[in-house]
Design a protein around this ligand. Sequence first.
Ligand SMILES: NC(=O)c1ccc[n+]([C@@H]2O[C@H](COP(=O)([O-])OP(=O)(O)OC[C@H]3O[C@@H](n4cnc5c(N)ncnc54)[C@H](OP(=O)(O)O)[C@@H]3O)[C@@H](O)[C@H]2O)c1
Length: 276
Amino acid sequence: LALQTLFEGPGLGAALPLPDELARLYGKLSFQSRRDGPLILGNFVSTLDGVVSLDAGKSGGGAISGENQQDLMVMGLLRAAADVVIEGAGTLRAAPKGILTAAHVFPRLEKAYAELRQRLGKAATPLNVIVSASGNLDLGLRIFQSGEVRALILTSPPGEQRLAAQGLPPSVEVRALRGAEGLGSAALVQSLGLSRGQVLLVEGGPHLMGSFIKDRQLHELFLTLAPQVAGRDEASRRPGFVSGQSFAPADPRWGDLIGVKRGQSHLFLRYDLMKT
Ligand SMILES: NC(=O)c1ccc[n+]([C@@H]2O[C@H](COP(=O)([O-])OP(=O)(O)OC[C@H]3O[C@@H](n4cnc5c(N)ncnc54)[C@H](OP(=O)(O)O)[C@@H]3O)[C@@H](O)[C@H]2O)c1
């Protein structure tokens, strides 16, 4: 399960106090400290040909990664280091039984993840945030009903009304964003009220990620490259990790490679998206 570190960029910041087991599996994990607020990280797994969902809205990351255990381990590690994990309603609809915790994605390391959160002085679980303009969410899902996590739904005023009509479970808060920016990613981040030193993890999907990258809100991307060629034909909707936005060539987004790890034929890439 241990990853091999092939490259680590300079100036990544202070190393996190990883418990021995996580340090053995991942190596060192450093986070930059930003002067202007929380550190905002993204995490995706993609095929070699840039597909992140075999049937957008239905298939999950497992079919992309080949149920790769190291990818799940890294996903868990990032969740364990996050104050808030945010995902779009489409991703929740594709994996409706999920909660956004480290232990849920990789139970084998539950104790080590919990120990890391304790060392970082963080709550037992990150705040789970779901973004939905429509408010068309099933409040009977585990993430809302079980009380295992605190959940926050960021939505529009009509979405708020639609959700209120269902009756809110006690562990769920709904917040409607009303400004001219609507649910633009800057407004989403601002509404979370995170401070310097805190970590926001964006798990997608492609529409939510697109809005973060468009607004230059995403500082870093952790991208797992799975050694699979998925292919696309005219009939299939197989998005990359951005949907609903187009950048190049008019307004391109370039990244700096700041980390490369390897687990057999999977690559674990880390890009700084704010340097250029
Ligand atoms: N390979 C990977 O690493 C990975 C990671 C994540 C997801 N996925 C896959 O991606 C697929 C889903 O793609 P998707 O693009 O539909 O995902 P998505 O971004 O999670 O969902 C889109 C929906 O989320 C809400 N939303 C997202 N951004 C918003 C914004 N800025 N403002 C308002 N609402 C926003 C809207 O919900 P409403 O319709 O309710 O308004 C929108 O229709 C699934 O198959 C999932 O498994 C893959």
